[in-house]
Design a protein around this ligand. Sequence first.
Ligand SMILES: Nc1ncnc2c1ncn2[C@@H]1O[C@H](COP(=O)(O)OP(=O)(O)OP(=O)(O)O)[C@@H](O)[C@H]1O
Length: 251
Amino acid sequence: FSTVTSSYPDKLSESVRVVVRCRPLNDREKAVSPEAVLSVEPQLCQCSIRRPGGQDDPPKQFTFDGLRGCRLDSRGLRDVTVWHRLSRSQGVTEGYNGTIFAYGQTGSGKSFTMQGVSEPEAQRGVIPRAFEHVFETIQCAENTKFLVRACFLEIYNEDIRDLLGNDTKQRLELKEHPERGVYVRDLSMHTVHGVGECERMMERGCRNRAVGSTLMNKDSSRSHSIFTLHLEICRTGEQEPCRKAAQKLCS
Ligand SMILES: Nc1ncnc2c1ncn2[C@@H]1O[C@H](COP(=O)(O)OP(=O)(O)OP(=O)(O)O)[C@@H](O)[C@H]1O
């Protein structure tokens, strides 16, 4: 995607960036009201919402750091760039902490956006793209050693569970340490060496997630999950201490 230009800037002074994704109407929504009330202008990162039936009312307009529409045609390719860059934009391999999380009502496409599907390429999620980015960067890095460890937890009804632990039903405690900050006690950590290992852990953890059903989404997850990659970055032959950074991927 690197040759495709995008209005989504590479370097922003803001530490928080908001990218909006609009999903196509599903069959239930089309049956209720086939009228499209949302229009998007990805180049301007703007979307407009019209009141249903209010043809004469001016639409409400919103601007974000990036925007991806529903279509996956040739123009959609440019929109994919936004997604691709989002998953690459976090500087975890340079020692900066980062979080990517999806926010929206049930059925809006949070899991689909974060996890996605392997085919077509354009529908791959932010999480697999972020795995690739981290390990591609590690492979290309010179004079630097990396230790990568993963953990995966679920928050469901205020309870925290370790999706990769020996006992995935056990409730874990949230603690705070003056140097470490907020952490989950007894959360298991797993050393990972590549994208395949991360994907297998993700699959294993997802099988242990609580899945419910809502009127708006028959596969509703009803819970939040956080997959974290913890990196230790050591420059070989230098005296400076190793840096630590974490990339959190939430859905
Ligand atoms: N961009 C998209 N294109 C096509 N289908 C989509 C898209 N986004 C979501 N969907 C479909 O919409 C349904 C709901 O998506 P998803 O499960 O990701 O929602 P969610 O926001 O995670 O919901 P919940 O909070 O209830 O878990 C799924 O069947 C998914 O395949």
